[in-house]
Ligand binder design. Structure first.
Ligand code: ATP
Ligand code: MG
Length: 567
């Protein structure tokens, strides 16, 4: 992998350029105030991480910069405390800090109401009695102008009275709305008298039954930014054609007016990112909750074994730009390997054990062999691994009739056991069905540590564990949750769930790991030599170890890059 040059490293994306320019011209009196504004209607995913790293990153990079964590909790029907708690945990886990700047859109309901009254008084908002369906009809289409609502020209007094009564709970759900009075013939549909408030007799997790009218996103969002004196309100591209409305509201109110800037959202291959779809996967039991290690959620990635640093590095590498594209998930995996390679201790684990008896090893003898914890980290030291005459090796590392390029163990062949000895396979024991159940080998005592004094070479080195010392463990191997790069690429009449990968999780129940893992804490990460990176799952609680494979050792991203270079 090419390391970015210094120039590339310091090149600012277009949003950071705007921020730098604004600081130069003192546009915001030297302030940099961003915000991350999730709606607490689901768990955060890797797409949110892009937005989090951008907003908190910009605040952190600039002196005095601040990033608010703001819950955009304006729709009581879909929002829950569980989501609020998880969002707080996840943003923190990603490594960011909002100090005292934790806010809730619902805390501004009163102010928003006052602002709405202000617009009504100005003749810029009116109460409309059209039903939702009629409102949609009157709205027109991209090619067809909208029609004015028959309620559009109500007097200010009547509007004030009706709005007050809406707020007081006099009218049933859906019977009336408050709308901005802009232009029903505007080419931008968002400007065709958008709804500001709807009637909804629903309890809110924070304001309870205090309100039965709730603000719509476009109305609420700009006000939240304005009230918090945000400087740069950064959002994804879908909001580009909402910006005229964002600006219109704040201009008409003559309120403090942040600058909205849009960037392209993150899409990843083999991944769905919409909360609506993720919720479906959870509710219909296709995964085991939001935190399933196959989910692209932050909590899923955490359980899978991803480190916050790798996610931040991934977000840095994908960069920020203005057109939508899809990032190869291999890049995320690459960033993971890069970080885990530096930080994870190496251990030996056998996923599909095959018993090996060393016939010439002294009966009952056990040796403690020295193993290196992490060749990438000289401070990580060494540990002792027990070796005995009964071992397990990986079933895959033996073939009775090896094809040409198979260099691992086979009858009559000599290989190295990592940190231990050269062994030669002398006999293969099969059960009545012809399944291999056990191998017999001899070892060469002169090769202790892994080298032969006579200089003879072997073509492969296998990992192993001592049968009498190893700990039994379960290991879950994960693959992409979807079989298609674009999960939404489906046959007619099917939806994204038809592309779910039936083999996205494989559970191995009688793996063996070296005894040093007996004290492994949930969340700790290891490299199982020759196999990949694994993380202890919280299910290990009752003393039975459970590991999740975070990512295998094979780096498809590096291969893609190499292939591209050759072209
Ligand atoms: P979803 O589309 O997954 O339902 P959302 O936009 O409805 O997400 P919010 O809670 O409103 O979810 O998102 C909070 C912030 O995260 C917003 O500023 C939004 O623009 C940003 N965000 C959401 N998804 C992505 C993504 N895939 N890439 C980058 N930013 C995103
Ligand atoms: Mg949203």
């Amino acid at each position: 992998m090419k390391t970015p040059s210094k120039e590339e490293n310091t090149k600012l994306d277009f949003i950071r350029q705007i921020v730098a320019e604004d600081l130069k011209t003192n546009k915001w009196d030297g302030r940099v105030v961003t915000r991350f504004p999730p709606e607490p209607n689901g768990y955060l995913h890797i797409g949110h991480a892009k937005s989090i790293c951008l907003n908190f990153g910009i605040a952190a990079e600039n002196k005095g910069g601040v990033c608010h964590l703001r819950f955009d909790d304006t729709n009581p029907i879909k929002e829950e405390q569980e989501y609020i708690d998880s969002i707080i945990e996840d943003v923190r886990w990603l490594g960011w800090d909002w100090a005292e700047h934790l806010y809730y859109g619902s805390d501004y309901f009163e102010q928003m109401y006052e602002y709405a009254v202000q617009l009504i008084k100005k003749g810029k908002a009116y109460v409309c009695d059209l039903t939702a369906e009629q409102t949609r009809e009157f709205r027109g289409t991209l090619t067809e102008q909208g029609k004015d609502s028959p309620y559009r020209d109500r007097s200010v007094e009547e509007n004030l009275d009706l709005f007050e009564r809406m707020e007081a709970g006099e009218f049933p759900d859906g019977s009336r709305t408050l709308r901005a009075k802009i232009d029903m013939s505007a080419p931008n549909l968002n400007m065709r008298d958008p709804v500001m408030y709807r009637i909804l007799h629903a309890a809110h997790p924070r304001t309870g039954d205090k309100w039965c009218i709730y603000p719509m996103y476009d109305w609420a969002h700009g006000l939240e930014d304005s009230i918090e004196k945000i400087t740069h309100s950064i959002c994804t591209l879908e909001f580009e054609n909402h910006r005229p409305l964002y600006d219109w509201f704040l201009d008409e109110l003559e309120a403090y007016h942040p600058q909205q800037i849009e960037f392209a959202r993150l899409n990843l291959t083999y991944t769905v990112m919409s909360k609506r779809k993720l919720l479906q996967l959870v509710q219909q039991g296709h995964v085991e909750g939001w935190g399933d290690p196959r989910m692209p959620t932050i909590c899923g990635l955490r359980r899978r074994g991803c480190s916050p640093k790798a996610i931040r590095e991934f977000c840095r590498r994908i960069g920020i730009n203005k057109f939508n594209s899809t990032v190869d998930i291999a890049l995320l995996e690459h960033c993971l390997r890069e970080d885990l390679n530096k930080t994870s201790p190496r251990v030996m684990a056998v996923l599909q054990p095959l018993k090996v008896i060393i016939d010439n090893y002294p009966e009952g003898k056990v040796e403690e062999l020295e193993a290196i914890n992490n060749p990438e980290d000289p401070n990580a030291g060494t540990r002792k691994v027990p070796f005995s005459g009964e071992l397990y090796i990986e079933r895959e590392d033996f073939m009775a009739e090896p094809p040409k390029k198979f260099y691992r163990l086979a009858p009559g062949r000599e290989v190295r056991l990592r940190y231990a000895y050269f062994v030669t396979c002398t006999d293969v024991i099969e059960d009545e069905n012809g399944n291999i159940v056990e191998l017999h080998c001899t070892y060469d005592p002169a090769t202790r540590g892994g080298d032969a004094p006579d200089g003879r070479k072997v073509k492969s080195t296998l990992h192993w564990v001592s049968a009498g010392h190893a700990i039994e463990a379960r290991v879950r191997l994960y693959d992409h949750l979807f079989t298609k790069e674009n999960p939404d690429d489906t046959a007619e009449g099917e939806d994204f769930k038809s592309n779910l990968n039936p083999n996205s999780r494989q559970i191995l129940i009688s793996c063996r790991v070296e005894p040093s893992l007996g004290r492994a804490e949930p969340g700790s990460r290891y490299q199982f030599e020759r196999l990949g990176y694994f993380c202890v799952d919280p299910d290990s609680a009752d003393g039975k170890l459970v590991f999740n494979r975070t990512v295998s050792l094979r780096d498809t991203w590096a291969r893609i890059k190499k292939a591209q270079k050759k072209k």
